[in-house]
Design a protein around this ligand. Structure first.
Ligand code: ATP
Length: 251
């Protein structure tokens, strides 16, 4: 479904991602881990169309999508969340989720301005779907709330609902547990599992190792922009290079 081939990205003299290859299996949960500055965010930004690669290919369902903009990728079934919340606080929670659906829907501006019946019907459907997704991620109680009234943990879930509103086949989650307490992290773990069980391929960047190890079928470890190790949780945990990179000691 998603294959990254020899992907590299440099910023001037900084080689943030160097010759990274990776394949995501449909319906599975994959994680990208590595010490600070390893290149995880850059890799996510490449895959989600925020950066164009310096070299390499990003194949999504057989098409090279490297350099396509995020909205073009959303229409091809790839959406993401952000490490720092990208929720509009002056909008209602449900309107935030509906923004995600509009990435996918091909709305004619003229028809929208005239509020034609077909547009109104689509709006009603879109709102119902957004409400369903809010229930799915566990923030159904905030359907009528302004986003600004929601606690941080609920906003993290709201952002996931917005990404799901684009009906992705592959979902990139950038540090979904950042800033969450132990209980909330456990709940996010359950939610991510539920998303994968619904058939969505998940790609995760996360610093919480327990969450990564509990969830991931496959892990890519980056260090200084390069692939340090790949494998299952047990494999990467036992890898002396990975241990050295995290502890800062020679293997
Ligand atoms: N826009 C940019 N311009 C210049 N250098 C950048 C840019 N983005 C990232 N870098 C550099 O690329 C390297 C990889 O950074 P990146 O943010 O991808 O790492 P990371 O693994 O996500 O780190 P963290 O875990 O701290 O978020 C770092 O050396 C960083 O300083």
């Amino acid at each position: 479904m998603l294959t990254i081939e020899h992907l590299s990205k440099s910023f001037g003299g900084v080689h943030a991602v160097q010759d990274v290859s990776f394949t995501a299996r449909e319906g599975a949960i994959h994680s990208v881990i590595g010490p600070n500055g390893a290149g995880k965010t850059t890799l996510f930004n490449l895959v989600s169309g925020i950066y164009a690669p310096t070299s390499g290919r990003i194949m999504l369902n057989g098409e090279d999508v490297a350099g396509l903009a995020p909205d073009a990728l959303a229409r091809r079934g790839l959406s993401r969340t952000f490490q720092n919340l990208q929720v509009c606080m002056n909008m209602t929670a449900i309107d935030n989720v509906m923004v995600g659906a509009h990435l996918r829907l091909n709305q004619n501006l003229f028809a929208s301005m005239l509020r034609l019946p077909a547009v109104r019907r689509m709006d009603v459907q879109c709102r119902a779907e957004a409400a369903r997704l809010m229930e799915f991620v566990g923030v159904g109680a905030y359907k009528d709330a302004d986003a600004g009234q929601m606690p941080y943990g609920a906003l993290k879930r709201l952002e996931i609902a917005r990404a799901l509103a684009a009906s992705p086949k592959i979902l990139l989650l950038d540090e979904p547990a950042a800033g969450l307490n132990h209980t909330e992290t456990g709940e996010i773990e359950e939610l991510i599992r539920k998303i994968a069980q619904s058939g969505v391929t998940v790609l995760l960047v996360e610093h919480d190792m327990k969450l990564v190890m509990n969830l991931s079928e496959h892990i890519l470890v980056l260090d200084y922009g390069k692939t340090l190790a790949v494998g299952t949780g047990a494999e990467v945990r036992a890898n002396p290079d990975v241990i050295a990179a995290y502890l800062g000691a020679p293997a």
